[in-house]
Design a protein around this ligand. Structure first.
Ligand SMILES: [Zn+2]
Length: 227
């Protein structure tokens, strides 16, 4: 009978949008939330904007400078960027012993590595390094609530890193406004996940080093400041 169907509601907390009624959408999220999961790593994650990590970057740079470690840190960032550039498909898991082709998962790993090469080749190593490390400090120290889940953080990390280069932004002509508009090119979820792994592995030593520097800096300043 008409009108007896209850419209399905998106299961994302606080969303409440109707889900297009069709048998394959049972228990599925609405179109908006599905897109959020694909792009942001979680339906509830608001994308981190480019200005947000700036304060943290400034803070990190200040600490590094105060402790006279500018050279050390910059050298580390350049080395990481260099390492990222030379990671190649050969570093991926090798073919199964039976000599058959590489596992299909390597297709997206390969795509991720191509992305690493494109972005690393196009951005400045030191600026990129500070940005990536600042994202980790935003999550652990400064604004942990800004990320609704670890997966969401990983997506924002990759997003920030990619958005340094115009290679990650497409453009279309907007006739109404008579200008070009940019849009963020979405990468397949598995490519993003692998990129997050690569970035985490590459930068984690500097994140550790930076943590030590921050502690040291805090101690020194406590000694200098009167009670
Ligand atoms: Zn929804």
């Amino acid at each position: 009978m008409r009108g007896t169907f209850t419209a399905a509601i998106c299961p994302t907390p606080g969303c409440g949008r109707p889900v297009r009624p069709a048998y394959w959408t049972v228990g599925k999220r609405c179109a908006r939330c599905r897109q959020r999961v694909r792009r942001q790593g979680d339906a509830r994650q608001e994308p981190v904007r480019r200005h947000e990590p700036r304060k943290t970057v400034t803070r990190l740079k200040r600490v590094v400078k105060r402790l006279g470690k500018v050279e050390v840190v910059e050298r580390a960032f350049r080395q990481i960027a260099g390492n990222l550039l030379i990671v190649t498909v050969d570093d991926l898991p090798q073919p199964a012993p039976n000599g058959k082709a590489k596992p299909w998962t390597n297709l997206w790993m390969q795509r991720a590595l191509e992305e690493v090469e494109r972005v690393s080749g196009d951005v400045e190593a030191v600026a990129s390094g500070y940005l990536v490390v600042a994202m980790f400090f935003m999550q652990t120290d400064e604004r942990p609530r800004r990320f609704v889940s670890d997966e969401a953080f990983r997506f924002q990390l990759v997003r920030m890193w990619r958005s340094q280069t115009s290679l990650s932004v497409g453009s279309t002509y907007d006739a109404k406004r008579d200008r070009m508009t940019g849009w963020y090119k979405t990468t397949p979820v598995r490519v993003v996940q692998y990129l997050a792994d690569v970035l985490t592995t590459a930068y984690v030593p500097v994140v550790g080093y930076m943590t030590t520097l921050i502690k040291k800096d805090e101690e020194q300043r406590r000694l200098l400041l009167p009670e």
